[in-house]
Design a protein around this ligand. Structure first.
Ligand SMILES: NC(=O)c1ccc[n+]([C@@H]2O[C@H](COP(=O)([O-])OP(=O)(O)OC[C@H]3O[C@@H](n4cnc5c(N)ncnc54)[C@H](OP(=O)(O)O)[C@@H]3O)[C@@H](O)[C@H]2O)c1
Length: 320
């Protein structure tokens, strides 16, 4: 597993990381605690050093961060722990109610430190922009936490160009985390060029198209219960779904011809988009974890990239 540098402040992560959201929410039943801890420890054995969680993934209980903190205890100093603030966890629905006021940032950070059983958070992200709190104020609050040694690097998630520039002017942003995959290409127009201009690294979330870019999760939205994010996925709605299945089938054929799986092809494609890109595929399954980790060793040829561009020039049908 090779290491990638994100930003210019010293943040280094494994080329493939692990997103832990699905262990507690979003994709049907989460993992039991023992399985989650074992999966995270297996990731470390496979060379993964980058682990992503959030206050949100524990629904305000800290459960996601606690699992991660427990799992990495034997090797805490060898890994990068990334977590996120930015919601009012008492609101219903939580995801629709931002709270990035400085006092909330400070309180969430103290909770995250306790849940993760650590004295510092490596990457602290604002999970979503807050329309009521200027980017400068958010950056100022995170800067204070960095100055106090509680946080190492500042990250933004799903932020627009204006917020990125304004936050970065107050304190350097090391990394942006937004959705990016063969299926979702919105960041290519404005955001990726801006990150290059400002030397900010990039962490693609949902790099497997929320499971669509795999051999396993090719089902329409109606196949999933309401509390599963795939039940609302536009890419799985009638019309879009059939067109996207056809694209994944063509990608699967291409992957098979070069001896990889379609998930590995999708991750290798992301790694080929720049040295400062480090995806965090999410899985609860140790075998899939190994499959995803191996993608770091796959170098796509210019012919592969051309063929992929022919199959999916602009992302999925029904992307953002
Ligand atoms: N910042 C944000 O707003 C934001 C939003 C979404 C996600 N994230 C982060 O990004 C991480 C990854 O995104 P994601 O989990 O939404 O989407 P993803 O990584 O694109 O896909 C995850 C889905 O794919 C399945 N999967 C993974 N590897 C597989 C493989 N090799 N073969 C077959 N199926 C496979 C998983 O199922 P199993 O678990 O059953 O293997 C799960 O259903 C999250 O865990 C989270 O840390 C951040």
């Amino acid at each position: 597993m090779h290491i990638r540098t994100l930003g210019t402040q010293g943040l280094e992560v494994s080329a493939i990381g692990l997103g832990t959201m699905g262990m507690t929410m979003a994709y049907g039943p989460g993992s039991d605690a023992a399985t989650a801890v074992a999966t995270i420890r297996r990731a470390r054995e496979l060379g993964i050093t980058h682990f992503d969680t959030a206050e949100l993934y524990g629904g305000g209980t800290g459960s996601s961060e606690r699992l991660l903190g427990e799992a990495v205890k034997p090797f805490r100093d060898e890994v990068v722990l990334a977590t996120k603030f930015g919601f009012d966890m008492t609101a219903d629905p939580v995801w629709a109610s931002a709270n990035s006021r400085p006092e909330n940032i400070r309180a969430v950070t103290e909770n995250s430190l306790r849940h993760l059983q650590t004295d510092h958070i490596d990457v602290l992200y604002q999970h979503r922009p807050d329309p009521d709190v200027p980017a400068e104020e958010v950056a100022g609050a995170v800067k204070e936490l960095i100055d106090a040694g509680k946080v190492r690097y500042f990250g933004l998630s799903s932020a627009g160009a204006d917020d990125i520039r304004r936050a970065h002017a107050v304190h350097p942003v090391s990394v942006l985390q937004s959705e990016y995959s063969l299926f979702e290409r919105a960041v290519e127009a404005e955001i990726l060029p801006l990150l290059h201009e400002l030397s900010i690294g990039f962490v693609p979330f949902s790099p497997l198209g929320r499971g669509f870019l795999t051999a396993a999760e090719i089902k329409p939205a109606t196949a999933y219960p309401d509390d599963d994010i795939r039940s609302h996925d536009q890419r799985r709605q009638p019309g879009n779904f059939e067109a996207n299945v056809a694209a994944v089938e063509r990608l699967t054929d291409l992957a098979a011809a070069r001896g990889t799986t379609v998930s590995q092809l999708a991750l290798a494609w992301l790694l080929a988009q720049g040295d400062d890109i480090a995806p965090i595929p999410g899985t609860r399954n140790a075998q899939r974890l190994a499959e995803n980790a191996q993608a770091a060793d796959i170098a796509l040829t210019p012919e592969d990239l051309t063929r992929i561009a022919e199959i999916l020039p602009d992302g999925a049908h029904g992307s953002r």
